[in-house]
Design a protein around this ligand. Sequence first.
Ligand code: ADP
Ligand code: MG
Length: 424
Amino acid sequence: MTEELPFEALSVETLAARLGGNDALCAKIGRDTGAWKVREVGDGNLNLVFIVEGDSGAAVVKQALPYVRLVGDSWPLPLKRSFFEYHALTRQEARAPGSVPAIHYFDERQALIIMEYLAPPHIILRRALIDGRQLPNIARDIGLFMARTLFRGSDLHMAAKDRKADLALFADNVELCDITESLVFSDPYFDAKMNRHTSPQLDGLVAELRADRDLKVEAQRLKHMFAANAETLLHGDLHSGSIMVTDTETRMIDPEFAFYGPMAFDVGMLLANFWMSFFSQRGHEQKGKRDAMRAYLLGVTVETWSVFRAEFSHLWRTERTGMLYQKSLFEDQGDKLGAEQALDHVLHQMWTDLLGFAGIEVHRRILGLAHNADFETIADEDLRASCEAKALKFGRHLAVNRRQIHSIDEVNQLAALIEQESSI
Ligand code: ADP
Ligand code: MG
């Protein structure tokens, strides 16, 4: 494929003919296109994802479409999201080596990325959690990933000039940001067109939440922070559906929502997905009790936040080379305590904010357009609604009371308390 050809969507039938001359792909999987087996994965919402297997290996080809795949051309979405995904992946690899699939090739015009195939037993983390699997390494791996990417993409570490150039590059990811701005922060709190919820079971609670002035104000304060606080390069969509795992490995995928925003956003969204998994377990208990799974999930939130804090603090002490809280003001004057005091402030603020982002992430997954499989796969609607109602109450509490919550143990005690309530 040459750069000059206009964009054209690939298909299972055309892929071998169109990419047969691609050296990067041939080097990975073999040149004999007659032997290539192509299939489309098909569980993505926005893009095409193909798995191509050849004589000597396999690779993934991900291509954006000029619209949202799930909805069709009635919802246009620019191809350039692939450009942002590619650039986010290369930065994540540089800042947290080994945490994302290896990138073999990128074609901007065709909006396609050729990357490492994360073969089975890799599965999407969300699926593993629904199945009740306790992965031993996720908290550590994801905690490190977040600390390294968020710290190293910020003015705590980067040269101001480089960070500003990067900020300008990602500022153009307008359309995907707009999706987050609307779907996460606003739509759940009014009767927006594409919203849905488990009805009629949740109708009363949904009306209550939409009339909740404190909640609406808090959601908008968080949106304000998301839009105005360009602190670091976020993954932007870091939930359990954007993470692939085995018992020993963890990889983050799909950063097409990458954008400069507040550090607490990625961390809050991620933790919210563990808490949603926690509240959904009751709906997956037919195959056996999930008490141990619930305890595991709360343990994962504790460990993730603790690993994150430890790594972030380590980087603060060893890689604080940017213009913020510069060493010339602290360590260089023998004032190590000052640097520690500033670190405490930064982590404390992040903690308060991530609780808010977590709370509204829970809401948007139950009230908005993009629901998650944790709840959606609970076939009994009354049971699903009961799990969702508890999660909604939990989310509301986090968003509104975040300044009064001081530890993750406190959050988890609250989650356990709400979970044990009889029903809605
Ligand atoms: P979308 O942006 O459309 O949501 P994703 O990047 O989430 O697409 O990919 C959709 C699905 O394709 C994932 O849920 C996963 O099952 C599969 N997938 C994506 N990237 C890889 C990869 N590198 N290796 C294996 N499977 C992948
Ligand atoms: Mg995506």
